[in-house]
Design a protein around this ligand. Sequence first.
Ligand code: NOJ
Length: 740
Amino acid sequence: MKIKFPLMIAVLSWALFSCQPTVKKSADSIDAKVDSIVSLMTLEEKIGQLTLFTSDMDQTGAFIRKEYEEDIKQGRVGSIFNAYGAEYTRKLQKMAVENTRMKIPLLFGYDVIHGHRTIFPMPLAEAASWDLEIIEKSARIAAIEATAEGLHWTFAPMADVSFDPRWGRIIEGAGEDTYLASLISAARVKGFQGDNLSDLNTLVACVKHFAAYGASQAGRDYHSVDMSERMLREVYLPPYKAALDAGAMTVMTSFNDLNGIPATASKYLMTEILRDEWGFEGFIVTDYTSIMELMYHGVAADTLEASLLSINAGVDIDMQAGFYNTALTRLVETKQVDEELINIAVRRILKVKYLLGLFDDPYRYSSTEREATEIMTPEFIETARDVARKSIVLLKNENQLLPIDPATKTIAVIGPLSESRRDLIGSWSAAGDWAKSVTLLEGIKARVPNARILHAQGCDIDGKSKDGFAQAIAAARQADVVVLALGEAYWMSGEAASRSDIGLPGVQQQLAEAIHATGKPVVAVLMNGRPLTINWLDENIPAILQTWFLGTTTGNAIADVLFGDYNPSGKLPVTFPKNVGQIPIHYNMKNTGRPFDANNKYTTKYLDVSNEPLYPFGFGLSYTTFAYDEIELSKSSIGLEETLTVSINVANTGDFDGEEVVQMYIRDKVASVSRPVKELKGFKKINLKKGESQKVSFEIGLEALSFYRADMSFGAEKGDFEVMIGGSSVDTKSASFSLK
Ligand code: NOJ
């Protein structure tokens, strides 16, 4: 058989690649190799690399293309998502490597959002730990497990700031604050990607959803976003940027349009900001069928126009629409698209594959041996339990009802979430097996094996029936204390899961009222993916634990807190409103020209609800108490080049050892644009034994004082500032200084 000339070069080139050592390649040599591969590729082969299809192993969007295996063999696809498992990924990889002319390995992606097999708390819950180290660790473990099953790429972190708890996807982010979300996004990237992409257990991160997806109007998923450039740059963009600065190699476009231009067609976002301003060199992938959706947005009439808009915007990979496959050849032939644009995109993708070592060994991640030994190890489970208990927020604890004395004789465990298993791992639970999660009931039984545990479900999460109330009331009557597990089902948050009423679903509040009427002490354990409006609980139930969806180890982690083996230290990363009419409500709002004054009608307020939230940002109680002294300043004014040290003494004045998140906020009192009443600019999580105290210091420099000024330049303005330090956004000590 005669080997055709280009094919021969390709084979030689592939051989060349295969001989390369996997580590420490210089950027130049990688670029040269990638260039040489691209120069050998046909236009169709290149377009294949710009295409990502899902396998049918999991479904994360509306459409599945059944012919994906044929697509792989024909080189019509360069990456596959929703496929994992050493054997399965090996099988698909073999199809690509053995059937295509260029033998370019596939990249396998998946939504590894909060764990892969060992499921960690949902991201918003992890954010409540304010513990960057454990957040990074949780992402690291997710990466180890995912890569052991053949995955190379995760569609995380979600760096979307959101002020809207109606939006179901608020569960996937780090909450409402830009500063906190930036640090957390960066920690997640570091965890996923590890130290060196060529290591076998590093997972390429994908920052999403670029941009401003969290601002979807009225909290309705996929809705439009309209905002000022100032808001975009100041509030929404920094967490994406922080993730890229931490090394994230890829970015996903968002579904929404931003000021009329759908993100997937936005040259402004994808090229001007991402590449020209921020110097991003990795590749950009659309969200699920987003190129096709440009037609529904009404900015493209057909496949050709939609593809043209996206490729021109700077989007490298088409996820699941198959539009690039259909349209790009024609667009190049008719000279509407310069082939060099496609070459550039292909280079970006091949470079990531190269850095992962896939050109050296396309199967290096698909290891049955690692799969057998590096999944759900005791160490991973123990870490997940630690992250889970650190994510719990104590919202109320009247008369120190908690912790429960482990010697308590009879405990009633009631509520629709008390024995739920599936809900515990939340949405986006990747390859997590919900059957392996520990229920609340199991966790309590394991912790207090000698106690008499009575159990009744009471009602369904979302039903109307009160048939189970009588049994629940009977159980409560016999108990010394009731643990009442209430909240949402796992499917009530996540993608396409917005709610307009964010109260307890179904008849759960009535159940709580009935149990409360027994006169027994009740501890409410809330499991939910978003802030809920739980005013009645707050007014009537003496102890409330916000436990979110904590993952595989839920029951044990909650028991650790309930019985005082772990003193809760979580702080809310998002405001809990009193009702949906207050939304958007967040701690860093503006003062307005008519700040609230109860004695003056013509000031900013509602007639039917206060301006105050139910629970503010940064709030969370402990079993102990912390006392803050006054703030000390190293000087009362600083110059532009100087830094100021602000310190405060924090004492543990209660009866338990405990951790506290010391939060530092700043307000610019007079500026060329109105500034928020406070903005988080630093925090430290400290551990204090009872009776102990510690001086906590923060450095304030130009960065913390800078903002987008009236002319949109970024920098600080001279004048007076207030610094506030405390254990929540509303409970702070304050001092003033000036910038000269
Ligand atoms: C749609 C979601 O918006 C996105 O976050 C996810 O990564 C993709 N589907 C892939 O599953």
